[in-house]
Design a protein around this ligand. Structure first.
Ligand SMILES: [Zn+2]
Length: 234
């Protein structure tokens, strides 16, 4: 009998011991998940998704947890962090809303008089492609250089985009695939979309852009990865 009581007491104290260590540890995993989600959401509005998830990873580590999953989509950061407690890995998922960047008044509302029609073989004619004057001049030089070297033409799909069209794309694709209306470089008249396909990663046209676009002031959009989208950044 005494042995049974002793065994029961031992079992109880082991249970109590594990409960006392597990409960605060689980609270710590919750806190780690919350802080990682907030870190991802806050940084996503200022930087790229990849950077936002790297910062979430740091936030999780600071809380002695491991980032297991990080996704920023639809204006929300979703992270899962895990922490090993005794023999079990506890994982917690948390979400935080991404603060929206300030939209500028002119974005997507540039007067037609301030835009230049881009007219060159391969460039979409209807609806026509417009860009800010400096970006249009640079793009023409780029298109001519490509033609001179390859005897081919780069197909251009889109340049300037109105706020109304950006709203339509945003409703269709969500963030980050579509920029938040009022913040897109298309709305500034400095972004170019080549036709996709054929301008995809691995294609000759894309390799040429990767090697030469910078000479004309164009930079690729890599996060999110859109091989067809190039920004005039000069
Ligand atoms: Zn684009």
């Amino acid at each position: 009998m005494a042995l049974a009581i002793a065994a029961g007491a031992l079992a109880f104290s082991l249970l109590a011991l594990s409960l006392f260590s597990v409960i605060p540890a689980k609270a710590a995993v919750n806190a780690a998940a919350d802080s990682a989600a907030i870190a991802a959401a806050e940084s996503a509005s200022a930087s790229s998704v990849a950077q936002a998830c790297a910062i979430a990873d740091q936030a999780a580590s600071l809380n002695r947890a491991t980032l297991l999953r990080c996704e920023v989509a639809g204006g929300e950061a979703t992270v899962t962090v895990g922490r090993q407690i005794l023999e079990t890995t506890f994982s917690v998922t948390a979400r935080a809303a991404v603060p929206r960047p300030e939209a500028t008044a002119a974005n997507g509302a540039i007067p037609a008089a301030d835009l230049v029609l881009v007219s060159y073989p391969g460039v979409r004619e209807s609806p026509a492609v417009y860009l800010r004057a400096d970006a249009a001049a640079a793009l023409l030089q780029l298109l001519e250089a490509y033609h001179a070297q390859t005897d081919d033409y780069l197909p251009v799909d889109e340049g300037y985009r109105s706020l109304e069209d950006q709203h339509r794309l945003f409703d269709q694709y969500g963030w980050p695939r579509a920029a938040i209306p009022g913040t897109s470089n298309h709305g500034e008249g400095i972004a170019v979309d080549f036709v996709n396909p054929p301008v995809v990663r691995g294609a000759t046209s894309h390799s040429w852009l990767a090697a030469n676009a910078a000479r004309f002031g164009f930079s690729p959009l890599t996060d999110p990865d859109e091989p067809w989208h190039w920004d005039y950044t000069r």
